[in-house]
Write a protein that binds this ligand. Sequence first.
Ligand SMILES: Cc1cc2nc3c(=O)[nH]c(=O)nc-3n(C[C@H](O)[C@H](O)[C@H](O)COP(=O)(O)OP(=O)(O)OC[C@H]3O[C@@H](n4cnc5c(N)ncnc54)[C@H](O)[C@@H]3O)c2cc1C
Length: 356
Amino acid sequence: MKTEIAIVGGGLSGLALADGLHQAGVDFQLFEARPRLGGRIAALATPAGAVDLGPSWFWPGQPRIARLIEDLGLRAFPQHADGDICFEDERGIVHRGMGFASMEGSFRLEGGMESIIRGLGARLPQERLHLSSGVTEIAQDGRLLIDGDRWCEARQVVLALPPRIAATLRFRPALETDTARHLAAIPTWMAGHAKFVAVYDAPFWRRDGLSGDAMSRRGPLAEIHDASGPDGAPAALFGFLGVPAPQRRGREDDLRAAALQQLARIFGPEAAAPVTTDFADWAIQPETATEADAAAPAGHPAYGLPAALVGTWEGRLHFASTETASDMGGLMEGALASADRVLGLVLGARRNRPAR
Ligand SMILES: Cc1cc2nc3c(=O)[nH]c(=O)nc-3n(C[C@H](O)[C@H](O)[C@H](O)COP(=O)(O)OP(=O)(O)OC[C@H]3O[C@@H](n4cnc5c(N)ncnc54)[C@H](O)[C@@H]3O)c2cc1C
């Protein structure tokens, strides 16, 4: 297979880049290791709608995501924040009306964040989106090895991958030490985290005057939010696990049970009887996290593209992904910004290519 631009990674940055190339009439092929598109954007499908397992929110002041949502005809709604907030102390005693709604003012998407992925995916030529196609090796002449047995030859290659995942690929010749070191040093945003989701018949906590927001020192969930759809359907709560990744390993069943007990302590006995639950541990997903991501960064890292990652292989190898964005890096807005930057680079390189 031959192409102009090979995109490795079908998360938001890879898909947005593919969309830009398609609109510019440039040939591309996109290779995604997972059997689905979206990367860190994923959801639990329920009969009443999707519940986010990756990102839930976007915020005012994020122009790219706002434009994309409008362009795809999607509907945003404010994060539910009416009602009391709860605080659970280390003894498991619940204090009502304490703390602050940390996500008030954030926006969610009807149909979940996956609807962005579905919308982008649907307007791209399907034959150019290769699922379950992990790239393992990249050569400087533009050849990529897919799943160890197929080759693609491209003029330019874009790694729309978390930099630490990119660092695990085989490069021929090997990347310069400085380039490889910088790639491996960039933490992948949220890769060390896990989310627990519980879906109910109705958002009963709202009836009881609770917002669904809770902070806990007892755990296992450290921070809980209402994850329901726009009119409370599907009705759902979600929590970020407060247990670090290494201590979660092999304990999923215990943690699920403990999370339900905790939701019942905070929101009442109805919380112990969900319709369904899900547990997404991003730290054990090899397409997202490496061992180094088990320790989550203390704060939001200062992301951006280090100089050592610019102009690699005479400008034929580019790095996208949200972690390469200096503004809003880590967030979906950053993923879109990285796609914009790389789109400019690959189109520029095409224009400057000597005619043959
Ligand atoms: C739990 C959680 C909560 C979050 N909350 C928010 C939020 O509320 N708001 C927000 O803005 N952002 C949030 N984020 C961050 C957001 O998800 C990311 O900014 C965004 O999804 C990154 O997109 P990306 O394309 O840069 O990377 P990714 O989504 O990581 O895409 C990379 C893609 O490359 C694929 N891949 C990996 N290796 C290979 C290979 N060898 N060959 C081919 N393909 C490969 C992966 O499968 C993946 O599809 C959250 C993330 C998580 C995990």
